[in-house]
Design a protein around this ligand. Sequence first.
Ligand SMILES: Cc1ncc(COP(=O)(O)O)c(C=O)c1O
Ligand SMILES: N[C@@H](CCOP(=O)(O)O)C(=O)O
Length: 525
Amino acid sequence: MASSPLPHSSLSSPLPKFKPSQHRTLKTTLTSTIKCTSTNHSPTTTPPAPAPQRRAVEDNIRDEARRRIPAAENFSSRYVPFVADPGKTPPSDESYSLDEIVYRSRAGGLLDVQHDMEALRRFDGEYWRSLFDSRVGKTTWPYGSGVWSKKEWVLPEIDDDDIVSAFEGNSNLFWAERFGKHLVGMNDLWVKHCGISHTGSFKDLGMTVLVSQVNRLRKMNRPVVGVGCASTGDTSAALSAYCAAAGIPSIVFLPANRISIAQLVQPIANGAFVLSIDTDFDGCMKLIREVTSELPIYLANSLNSLRIEGQKTAAIEILQQFDWQVPDWVIVPGGNLGNIYAFYKGFKMCEELGLVDRIPRLVCAQAANANPLYLYYKSGYSDFKPVKASDTFASAIQIGDPVSIDRAVYALKNSNGIVEEASEEELMDAMAMADSTGMFICPHTGVALSALMKLRNGGVIGPTDRTVVVSTAHGLKFTQAKIDYHSKGIGDMACRFANPPVQVRADFGAIMDVLRNYLDKGAKV
Ligand SMILES: Cc1ncc(COP(=O)(O)O)c(C=O)c1O
Ligand SMILES: N[C@@H](CCOP(=O)(O)O)C(=O)O
């Protein structure tokens, strides 16, 4: 007999209450071997009850988490105004609980999620490294997620039961052996495949956090009837999937005819209310900001600093995957510019909490057709002007007025960072070259790889520098761009690495002729 879907309200059944004396530490199995730096803090060692091999039919991993005795640590976080220039800006006492619905400071600036670093510092770097390492590759709710395995640094106060997760994160850090060796003369080049994920982009990392918090707010009867975003495709895909998983309405504003078919179909399939609007992304962004200030629709773009908290875990994951060794360079394609700051924040927290002793240099890579940050960088950060972004094959970063410009500049200045740009031909050639070495990347990753090639050619990045290129979306979302390239169907582009299929008659002789010709040209057998 088919069972009826779980109504959303059934998720809000009250949690068992525990007396303070029953509280245990974060990861009881670990604490006996890990040093705690506080003298007045004494982690206990009671191991959790082993999970049964077969669950009763009415039991599941969420129930298991409900039975787990919660941690006693008082980790907390709150919104504070984002301070772009600590030297010039006087400290403010403005702050907000994460349970408030607020996206901007009183002065109209960006917000940042600030963690109680003193509380986190009560544990040393070795403690955090071991805790995070112990959670990788498990199915324990919610730590099976690469984001929630760092829960204490993300949203420490959310109840496990409110979390909406697809066990995102833990993405592959791919050793780009052939691309590195043959195309840029490097032996230590890596691609962090954030796009090989639940909805095919890094947006899942931020969206699990934002939608979980919305889930919590709705259980608290806060006025949130739905969640909305403007999108060039990936944000809307992630928002609609996580909202659908939680039974929360989602509303997405898309620039008409400017996103790929694969991206358009994602929110449609996940049941979002999809508005296709006759403007570009910047126009959609302006409209969603106006709408969310009028209606009880929660804003899900990265202007909302909750998103950054999830996205920063990709940086922590990179360090973890290198066994807590710090790479020299990390190259991130940039559009609305939340992600470059997220990477900075993840690396910086690891440094501040003693997991590593330095942070990598960051590179933000933009499409030349949508390059406001690049132009600002080239002006010595003296004169920021939004641009009218032109069409680009890297359509998800066709953004001329990025909301996180201040965050990006902060990240770059504090990591001795660089901004590079790539023309349409450069980014498409880079994508084709990467694909020919066994990857299947998106055009935005092509932008990042072209930046790498330029910085290698200019001698800025050395042959032995350990370098990570962040791949932001799955290549399968951008098949039309690849088809156009490989069929040499792009005006003014040589498409030097095109590999069009050969049309041949169904005839043995004809096929042998074609194959001999191919082998004579030097195909390796
Ligand atoms: C595939 C892809 N790459 C890169 C970016 C740029 O990220 P950000 O807007 O955080 O700079 C986006 C979205 O903007 C994206 O969808
Ligand atoms: N590429 C993004 C653009 C919006 O970025 P966000 O991080 O501010 O949501 C998208 O996929 O929509």
